[in-house]
Design a protein around this ligand. Structure first.
Ligand SMILES: C[S@@+](CC[C@H](N)C(=O)[O-])C[C@H]1O[C@@H](n2cnc3c(N)ncnc32)[C@H](O)[C@@H]1O
Length: 272
C-alpha cells in the first residue's frame, strides 16, 4: 500500500507538544498509519461484512490518514466521501483520492452537512470510542439520517470484556486510558455497542472481535509492514518525549489487556 510521504504533508498534531498531543497523532507523527484497535485484519472483516459494490455511495467518518479509504476504494464504489474533523488529516486522505466522485471534507460526523439518504454504506473506525454517550448517539443518528433505507453502517471500536465487567473496574480502565492517550476514551462492552446502534434504529447484522494489540510488535508488523514498523520503532527510540508517551500507552494497554478488545459491527438501516 502506498503511503503519503511525510516530508511533503503536514501531519496532524502540528503545534502541539508531544507530551500533550492525542495518542493517535503522536503515533502518526512517529510514522504509524493504522490507528484502530483491531488492526487491518479487523478492518478487512468489517469491509467484507459491508459488502461494498460498484453501485455504492460510500461515506467514511473520521478517515484519519486514509488507510481504510484506500482499501475501500479497491471495491470500486460509485463515490466516496470522507468526513474528517482534522484539516491536516483530511489533506492526507485527499492524496489517496483520484476522481471527482471521491472527496474528503473537513467536518464533524455529528453534523456532516451531507444530504439525507445520500449514502448506501457508512463506516467509521476508532472514533466513537473517544466521544461521550451523547456524542456517540448524535454520530450514529447522523449515520442513520445520511443512509438510504437498506444502507449498511460499520464501526470498528475499542471494546470492554467480559460483558459483565464490574463498574469500578470499568471506571479505572477509562481513567487510565484517558490519562495515557490524552483523549477521553469511553469504550463499551459488546452488548453496549449493540445497544447504542439499536437505540438509533439499526439492526446489528454481524459482530467480530480481535485482540487489542495496537502497540504490540507483531500487530505493528502486520499493519505497517516490517520496514515501516522498524522506522516507527527507530523514530520512537530517538525521541525521548515520544518514547515516554508510547511506553505509558503500552503499559496501560498491557495492564488492562484482559479487559480490552477490538470490535467491528455492521448494522442495517431497514427498508421500512
Ligand atoms: C484514532 S484516529 C482513527 C483514524 C482512522 N479512522 C483509523 O482508524 O486509522 C481518530 C480520528 O477521528 C477523527 N475524529 C474524531 N472525532 C471526529 C468527529 N466527530 N468527526 C469527524 N472526525 C472525527 C480524528 O480527527 C481522527 O482522525
Amino acid at each position: 500500500m502506498s503511503v503519503p510521504n511525510e516530508t511533503e504533508v503536514a501531519l496532524p498534531g502540528e503545534g502541539l507538544s508531544l507530551e500533550r498531543m492525542p495518542g493517535h497523532w503522536l503515533l502518526a507523527r512517529m510514522g504509524k498509519r493504522v490507528l484502530r484497535p483491531g488492526g487491518l485484519e479487523l478492518t478487512r472483516q468489517m469491509l467484507e461484512a459491508l459488502a461494498i459494490r460498484p453501485e455504492d455511495a460510500l461515506v467514511e467518518f473520521a478517515p484519519g490518514l486514509g488507510v481504510t479509504a484506500q482499501l475501500a476504494l479497491r471495491y470500486r464504489p460509485a463515490s466516496y466521501i470522507g468526513v474528517e474533523r482534522d484539516e491536516a488529516a483530511a489533506v492526507t486522505v485527499r492524496r489517496s483520492l483520484s476522481t471527482p466522485q471521491q472527496r474528503c471534507i473537513v467536518g464533524r460526523a455529528e453534523e456532516t452537512g451531507l444530504p439525507a439518504a445520500s449514502a448506501t454504506v457508512i463506516y467509521g473506525e476508532a472514533m466513537l470510542t473517544m466521544h461521550t454517550p451523547g456524542q456517540k448517539a448524535a454520530i450514529i443518528r447522523e449515520a442513520w439520517r445520511v443512509l438510504q433505507p437498506g444502507g449498511r453502517y460499520g464501526i470498528h471500536e475499542l471494546c470492554l470484556v467480559p460483558d459483565t465487567l464490574d463498574t469500578t473496574v470499568k471506571e479505572t480502565i477509562l481513567h487510565d486510558l484517558s490519562q495515557a492517550i490524552h483523549v477521553g476514551a469511553r469504550p463499551l462492552t459488546v452488548p453496549e455497542w449493540r445497544a447504542v446502534l439499536e437505540a438509533e434504529g439499526f439492526q446489528v447484522q454481524s459482530v467480530a472481535t480481535a485482540p487489542m494489540h495496537l502497540l504490540e510488535p507483531r500487530r505493528m508488523i502486520q499493519d505497517e509492514g516490517l520496514g515501516r514498523a522498524l522506522r516507527i520503532a527507530w523514530n520512537i527510540v530517538c525521541n525521548p518525549a515520544a518514547r515516554r508517551r508510547v511506553q505509558a500507552m503500552r503499559q496501560v494497554f498491557r495492564k488492562h489487556q484482559a479487559h480490552l478488545s477490538a470490535i467491528a459491527l455492521v448494522a442495517l438501516k431497514s427498508e421500512q
